[in-house]
Design a protein around this ligand. Structure first.
Ligand code: AMP
Ligand code: MG
Length: 523
């Protein structure tokens, strides 16, 4: 029995996520859900359905949406020789995070019920309510299954409603492709397989709140759960070193001590600051972690922003400049030559942590994994039968839209955007990526996505290119080995968007309709 799953059909293991998992809600496991949907079944089968380009095209046409999956695992439920129906677990992107859901149908492909298995968004969880889900019952591909046509929208949950309605059409179209259109039947399991599948067969996914956001790791392999646990512990250790929110972190203590003269610092803090120096130099000061006092003046340190006074800005700006920070690579020391200089590693720390988590996973023999730390992602290998882990690029001006998809494999990706943290005064938006030279939110770009060999580089560079803007940003991105970048900028405040990329960006990015022509990109 082929049990390898793609990212989209992640098995949820019996061990439900613990309370520490923030706004992630795990409703039930796949096995529980399948058995509850077919209470009279005495056997369950499963088949991995491969979708080549032609099959994917037919599924997309029937579903009326794009389809990225290369393999879908279809479960079948049986009572004696009678096929009761099918169940498919799939994932579609809500606003920012995938929603894991199950669609169960009868043998003719009519929806018996849908279930939400894991919900990760902070809003829109109404899609898990019975009253919403019941709308799908009895529907088949002949029905529209569209928001505001035969599925009533839930206000405040529009994006999640769309993800689920599109997802149900996708699953029904896969069943058509795999069985119904050909009058074929799934293989009947030889033995009653009511027992859950062995956990090692599918990916293990865990999430934990660290550094103020969610770290999610997906990994394959018999030791995946332990390896993920160790990788998460490593990130927790790094938080206690790199955090500028904690007074007792190594960073906070070293910054105070370093004003009096060089102080020895640990390998991780040194490596991270050393990378900062590299990007500060390469960007001629656009990337600069000494923006810490400015970030506070603008109210973005742990807050959603506020307008600083001119006086606040001037005194904060006087403390900005990585030139005051001195690293000695031989002695591994840090010195700061100006009192009051502080460091904010918010633009690079999560990327650095992702790289160390990847080291831990690899050291434990994991060959297929995805580490996702709030949009800073790095992949080890790719699930069998896939070209890479699909990563959707958010449209910077349409939270429900995407610019395209990247299939990530043995590389890292990061996106920075002015929409992440911002506030408005007098119709003007002020955001959290600051130009260290002016002390104000940068106005050159609204988002930058960077693909790089490491997550440290992708994280630091995506912030850097947001500050540098499209033209200089492309030059700096192009000068770095293994880097591809896409920078999105407004042609005038609130106006049309301009897309600028490195020469080979289109070899990685499969653009969607809402992404315009990319200046500088070949092909
Ligand atoms: P990111 O989300 O990786 O783009 O990082 C943004 C965060 O980095 C902000 O919230 C600030 O804490 C910090 N930051 C803002 N501007 C800069 C800058 N020019 N250089 C370095 N860090 C910055
Ligand atoms: Mg960054």
């Amino acid at each position: 029995m082929a049990l390898m799953r793609t990212y989209f059909v992640a098995v949820l293991l019996a061990a439900a996520l613990a309370a520490e998992d923030g706004d992630i809600t795990v409703y039930q496991t796949e096995d529980q859900a399948v058995r509850e949907c077919f209470p009279s079944a005495d056997a369950f089968g499963s088949e991995a359905i491969r979708l080549d380009d032609a099959a994917r095209g037919r599924v997309a046409e029937r579903a009326g949406r794009k389809v990225y999956e290369r393999e879908v695992l279809v479960r079948s439920a049986w009572k004696g020789d009678a096929l009761l129906g099918y169940a498919v677990v799939s994932e579609d992107l809500g606003c920012y995070k995938p929603i894991t859901y199950l669609v169960a149908t009868d043998a003719a492909g009519r929806v018996l019920e849908i279930r939400i298995l894991v919900y990760r968004e902070s809003r829109g969880g109404e899609v898990a309510r019975k009253r919403f889900r019941a709308q799908f019952e009895g529907k088949s591909l002949g029905d529209p299954i569209r928001q505001d046509r035969d599925i009533t929208n839930v206000s405040g949950a529009t994006t999640s409603v769309r993800a689920i309605t599109d997802g149900v059409r996708k699953v029904l179209a896969v069943l058509q492709e795999a069985y119904l259109a050909r009058g074929a039947l799934p293989a009947r399991p030889l033995v009653a397989a009511v027992a859950p599948q062995p956990p090692a067969a599918g990916p293990v996914r865990r999430a934990r709140v660290l550094m103020g956001t969610t770290l999610e790791i997906t990994a394959f392999g018999p030791d995946a759960a332990e390896a993920i646990g160790a990788a998460m512990d490593e990130v927790a250790r790094l938080e206690s070193i790199l955090s500028h929110f904690r007074d007792d972190s190594e960073l906070s203590r070293a910054v105070v001590a370093a004003v009096k003269g060089p102080v020895p610092i640990g390998d991780d803090l040194f490596a991270c600051l050393f990378a900062c120096e590299r990007f500060w130099r390469a960007s001629e000061g656009a990337f600069d972690p000494t923006v810490a006092p400015l970030v506070e003046a603008w109210g973005f340190k742990g807050g959603t922003g506020r307008m600083p006074t001119d006086g606040d800005l001037a005194s904060a700006l006087a403390l900005v400049g990585f030139g005051h920070v001195h690293l000695d690579a031989e002695r591994r020391t840090l010195a700061i030559d100006r009192d009051g200089v502080r460091l904010d590693l918010g633009a690079i720390g999560k990327g650095y942590a992702v790289d160390r988590a990847v080291d831990v996973l690899r050291a434990r023999g994991i060959a297929t994994a995805l580490v996702n730390f709030s949009g800073n992602m790095r992949a080890i290998g790719t699930p069998t039968g896939t070209d890479g882990w699909p990563v959707l690029l958010r449209h910077p001006r349409d939270p429900e839209g995407s610019l395209g998809v990247v299939f990530l494999r043995d590389r890292a990706i990061s996106t920075s955007g002015d929409y992440e943290k911002s506030f408005e005064v007098g119709g003007k938006r002020y955001h959290h990526i600051l130009d260290p030279r002016t002390g104000r939110p940068s106005e050159t770009a609204c988002a930058a996505t960077v693909l790089a060999p490491t997550a440290t580089d992708a994280d630091a560079l995506s912030t850097t290119l947001c500050v540098l803007g499209p033209d200089r940003g492309r030059e700096v991105g192009s000068s770095m080995a293994g880097v591809q970048a896409l920078i999105v900028a407004e042609t005038s405040p609130g106006g049309d968007l301009r897309f600028v990329g490195t020469a080979k960006v289109l070899s990685d990015l499969h653009v969607g309709e809402s992404c315009g022509a990319i200046d500088g990109a070949e092909g």
